[in-house]
Design a binder for this molecule. Sequence first.
Ligand code: NAG
Ligand code: NAG
Length: 418
Amino acid sequence: SPGGRRCGGRASADLGRTSLPSRMFSRNDFSIWSILRKCIGMELSKITMPVVFNEPLSFLQRLTDYMEHTYLIHKASSLADPVEGMQCVAAFAVSAVASQWERTGKPFNPLLGETYELVRDDLGFRLISEQVSHHPPISAFHAEGLNNDFIFHGSIYPKLKFWGKSVEAEPKGTITLELLEHNEAYTWTNPTCCVHNIIVGKLWIEQCGNVEITNHKTGDKCVLNFKPCGLFGKELHKVEGYIQDKSKKKLRALYGKWTECLYSVDPATFDAYKKNDKKNTEEKKNSKQVSASEESDEMPMPDSESVFVIPRSVLLWRIAPRPPNSAQMYNFTSFAMVLNEVDKEMESVIPKTDCKLRPDIRPLEEKQRAARKNRSKSEEDWKTRWFHQGPNPYSGAQDWLYSGSYWDRNYYNLPDIY
Ligand SMILES: *[C@@H]1O[C@H](CO)[C@@H](O)[C@H](O)[C@H]1NC(C)=O
Ligand SMILES: *[C@@H]1O[C@H](CO)[C@@H](O)[C@H](O)[C@H]1NC(C)=O
């Protein structure tokens, strides 16, 4: 209902909070090693970390960072040509992980039944998410364009792997974008996020692996490779790939950095440039010395900070600069700064399960543990509220789908989780 949209759940009229209520604590006094030493071989999501390693957001809110560049979805929906549409969708998929750059704080684990809503009239969307499973932890989300141009939904199960010096978070789960005016659906899976130097050295984040975006109407695919940085750091943050049609004919080449920008260019031009670049790298490699460090995997310094722009490329997306106080505020983007904002009007309409109402984490996790003990006899009796399990209508993969009626704001029998 349009009335529901007006309601106070949006990040309020004074949207544009540019700062958090307080600065963060220093992590220097905490040895992460002393915690992890006990836990090598354990699944990391079961370990309780000191709050000082957290950022003051629930994982449900962290997911919402995907929506920062919603303008790319509106743009994709406004374009008649499906290949141009795919370019914008690819830019959206890349931009969705850009907010993770230098965000080494761990988000709070959502409690079972926890929800989060965000309405951004200015960006033209509203979103609802719910923690639908505790073991394994699964978060489902459903966003819709306020002028009915798109639906964006998915379920994420971050599978953590501990590799001694690093932690890898593989975001299992399908992401679906439906462009309603074109009757088009795109699906993909996010890249794997790797956090280096969890024990000694400076923490830094890498995104790696392939992301395959499928347009289920045309059969076009965009296959993007998030490159591991490599020994010389030449590939640091780089993303490259092609848009190809059903017969695997390359239509466009895309390249850039997930921390910075994404360009599109003719594939033949791109391949010629790559061939030339490879020759230069091999010459350089022979003249460089490699020093392997036992202690930590330092983030290599890239050869040049910005992306070399191949002539006749088209810019698809560029990151917005972070606000000046970002370094004291968990390296938040301007978008992330408002995620936890709650005013009186909003408080009166949102359900009491919304993570904006979460008190501090420690007593919380204790309550959750006690509540789970109470529930454990009948854990299967737990009913998710706003999502239900089912196959993704496009990819067929197991997914969580929105059940509707959240925005009616008729909240009864909510679980007492805080
Ligand atoms: C923020 O970024 C700086 C610069 O890379 C980094 O040194 C710092 O550890 C980051 N802070 C957090 C909380 O991730
Ligand atoms: C657990 O169950 C007992 C008895 O039904 C109840 O008094 C208590 O409040 C419950 N604790 C939690 C945390 O739900």
